[in-house]
Write a protein that binds this ligand. Structure first.
Ligand SMILES: CC(C)(COP(=O)(O)OP(=O)(O)OC[C@H]1O[C@@H](n2cnc3c(N)ncnc32)[C@H](O)[C@@H]1OP(=O)(O)O)[C@@H](O)C(=O)NCCC(=O)NCCS
Length: 225
């Protein structure tokens, strides 16, 4: 099956250095990231996998993997964080939202590899996701979180989400919700160096992705706040 990307949102690309010195790249996902995504999911502890997928899966079925890496960057936005060991890239975190039928809200999820947790990756990913959702004109981001997932609940509370009973009832899962309207103005103010327009993907061939990876290995680090 052929797949064509109309635009690749380069403005979301970010390279930075974590507090422990490791350098990472955050960028929108590409179809060729399927293996990276699968390796990330396989690497997760059973607890992290369950908290992310609410099911005892070991890896992603092929059709999920395809849907998760072939996105349109509008109704389905997905971001991946890569780290590099020499030329070898590994995915250490990912986050996404999918716009629901109302067209008003995006349903989001996030996961960080166990060895990379508590370094600020999820916070950074969700901030980028909120910015992207606001740019798409969405009213809110919502997510389903296990009521026992104290790490996730602390994270989203810190980002201004409300924690609500789940609309389907039941006590095991709660709904977290972040209204974006009040933030729209601030989120859409382009931060310095972040205002690059989306590039047609034909203008971002494999060589450009390789250059981006090289930049993550060699460029001057920017300290993570
Ligand atoms: C929840 C999760 C995404 C957090 O990712 P992370 O990159 O470790 O989070 P961050 O480092 O950005 O943490 C941001 C804040 O969240 C809170 N937090 C994160 N992990 C926490 C933990 N284990 N215990 C308590 N608070 C925690 C803290 O307030 C933290 O800020 P601080 O480090 O300044 O105290 C990660 O633990 C994970 O992937 N869990 C498995 C998958 C999952 O639960 N997904 C959510 C369902 S969609």
């Amino acid at each position: 099956m052929s797949y064509r990307i109309e635009t690749y949102p380069t403005r979301l690309i970010d390279v930075w250095t974590l507090a422990d010195g490791r350098r990472v790249t955050l960028r929108p996902v590409l179809p060729q990231d399927a293996e990276l995504e699968q390796a990330l999911v396989r690497s997760l502890s059973p607890a992290s996998r369950y908290q992310r997928f609410f099911a005892p899966i070991r890896e992603l079925p092929a059709d999920w993997l395809q849907r998760m890496t072939q996105v349109d960057y509008h109704r389905h936005q997905a971001l991946i964080v890569e780290s590099f060991s020499g030329e070898q890239a590994i995915a250490v975190a990912e986050a996404r939202f999918v716009v629901d039928e109302s067209g008003q809200q995006g349903e989001f999820a996030v996961v960080v590899a166990d060895d990379w947790q508590r370094l600020g990756l999820a916070r950074r990913l969700l901030e980028s996701l909120m910015r992207s959702a606001a740019e798409e004109g969405l009213q809110r981001l919502v997510g389903d979180v296990l009521a026992t997932n104290t790490a996730m609940l602390a994270l989203v509370r810190g980002l201004g989400f409300r924690v609500l009973p789940h609309p389907d009832g039941g006590a095991q899962i709660v709904r977290v919700q972040r209204d974006l309207q009040a933030l729209r103005g601030a989120l859409l103010d382009p931060a310095p160096g972040r205002a690059a327009p989306a590039a047609r993907v034909d203008a971002l061939p494999a060589a450009a992705v390789a250059a981006l990876r090289a930049a993550a290995v060699t460029s001057t680090p920017t300290a993570m706040e």
